[in-house]
Design a protein around this ligand. Structure first.
Ligand SMILES: [Zn+2]
Length: 382
């Protein structure tokens, strides 16, 4: 007579719970194990792209090619500078439905990636990856948009991948640009009023300037650059009247120095845009015109400039729409490049006159092309 094993049924109940507990813990660290991916599939945390893949009626052979395009784009090595704008062709070849861009995002910048596509356009899937191939974010498939800020002190190399559903019927435009992640701390001023930068020599070279000096009339309101807690309000020393604001979300502290007066008390919470004090020249600034010394600290000082620098200029609009199969002009020297800029460092090889290629997109006066040898690059035939 077979023995009953009550422990086995406990395990049947416990294992999924343990798996979920591991998953929830792992979710915080951002690392995704094979087990977590299995749980994603089983418990419905699939990406919009995966959901589309499982639910649509496209034939299996097309899906294999669609996945091939996706995996190939994950390994793309084309590099761009921000801001960037590109028009992608509506290619009927499923192998050309996925594109990727590599770029560097400095600290202090809020990245926005968005696509402009006609409402009738095929579904668009956008995914952002970190340097170690870790998926960071998926964009909203309704608005075709995502925003991201790096927490890496020296910035981060990123890859953005875009794939349309098979057989798109219209071109679409993709834009990547950045804004300062903080509100400018002096009311009515901007980066043009910064007159002393990070690293400038101080006290005859004995120390370096750990911040930016922003000049404005005495009494100009000083604003909270983000939501946070006023951690210290002091009077005395080099900074004179100072205010420290703690930003728990980013793990940063902001230092406002040389104030004429402080208008907040330590321990209070402020919102982005609240007035924390007024511009003055207290402390070692008493012999200079009124200005704010603004500093950012997180395990040491950080250059505040990228956090304050105004929004990116408008990227160069593509000069023409992508065509179809095209040929390299017979006249002149033309190069396949890893980025849409004229630099000796990004030349992949010289193209041959009359060589044919497929045009995938356009940016400025450059074309994103795939050669008949299977290489991907940018080319400019001016
Ligand atoms: Zn200063």
């Amino acid at each position: 007579m077979p023995r009953h094993h009550p422990r086995r049924s406990y395990w049947r109940l416990l294992l999924p719970l343990i798996a979920i507990a591991i998953y929830l813990n792992g979710g915080c660290s951002g690392l995704r194990t094979g087990l977590e991916r299995w749980i994603d599939r089983t418990f419905g945390q699939a990406t919009p792209r995966e959901q589309y893949r499982w639910s649509n009626s496209v034939d299996a052979a097309t899906l294999v090619r669609w996945d091939t395009a996706y995996l190939r784009a994950r390994r793309d090595t084309l590099r761009i500078d921000l801001p960037h704008e590109e028009i992608l062709a509506a290619d009927t070849n499923v192998l050309y439905t996925a594109h990727a861009w590599r770029f560097f995002l400095p600290p202090g910048r809020l990245l926005t990636i968005e696509a402009v596509a006609p409402p009738s356009a095929a579904a668009l899937f956008g995914e952002l990856y970190g340097a170690d191939d870790r998926r960071l974010l998926l964009w909203d498939t309704l608005t075709h948009r995502l925003t991201y800020e790096t927490s890496a002190p020296l910035g981060e190399n990123l890859l953005f991948l875009l794939q349309t559903a098979p057989y798109p019927d219209s071109t679409y435009r993709i834009r990547l640009r950045t804004d300062p992640s903080l509100l400018f701390p002096v009311a009515g001023a901007d980066e043009g009023d910064i007159r002393s930068f990070w690293g400038a020599s101080r006290a005859g070279g004995r120390r370096r300037h750990e911040g930016n000096d922003i000049f404005a009339a005495r009494g100009t309101p000083l604003l909270a650059v983000t939501d946070g807690r006023v951690s210290r309000v002091r009077n005395g020393g080099l900074g004179g009247k100072t205010v420290w604001l703690r930003d728990g979300q980013r793990g940063l502290s902001y230092y406002y120095a040389h104030l004429d007066s402080q208008l907040v008390a330590a321990g209070t919470y402020v919102q982005r845009g609240d007035t924390v004090g007024l511009v003055g020249n207290t402390g070692n600034a008493r012999t200079t015109p009124p200005h704010l010394h603004f500093g950012i600290y997180a395990n040491g000082a950080r250059d505040p400039y990228p956090y304050l620098q105004r929004q990116d200029p408008e990227p160069d609009a593509p000069a023409f729409l992508p065509g179809r199969q095209t040929q390299v002009p017979l006249r002149g020297k033309h190069y396949l490049r890893s980025g849409p800029t004229r630099s000796a460092a990004n030349v992949l090889r010289q193209l041959e006159g009359g060589e044919s290629f497929i045009e995938l997109g356009t940016t400025g006066r450059y074309r994103r092309i795939r050669t008949t040898r299977g290489e991907l690059g940018y080319a400019n035939f001016d």
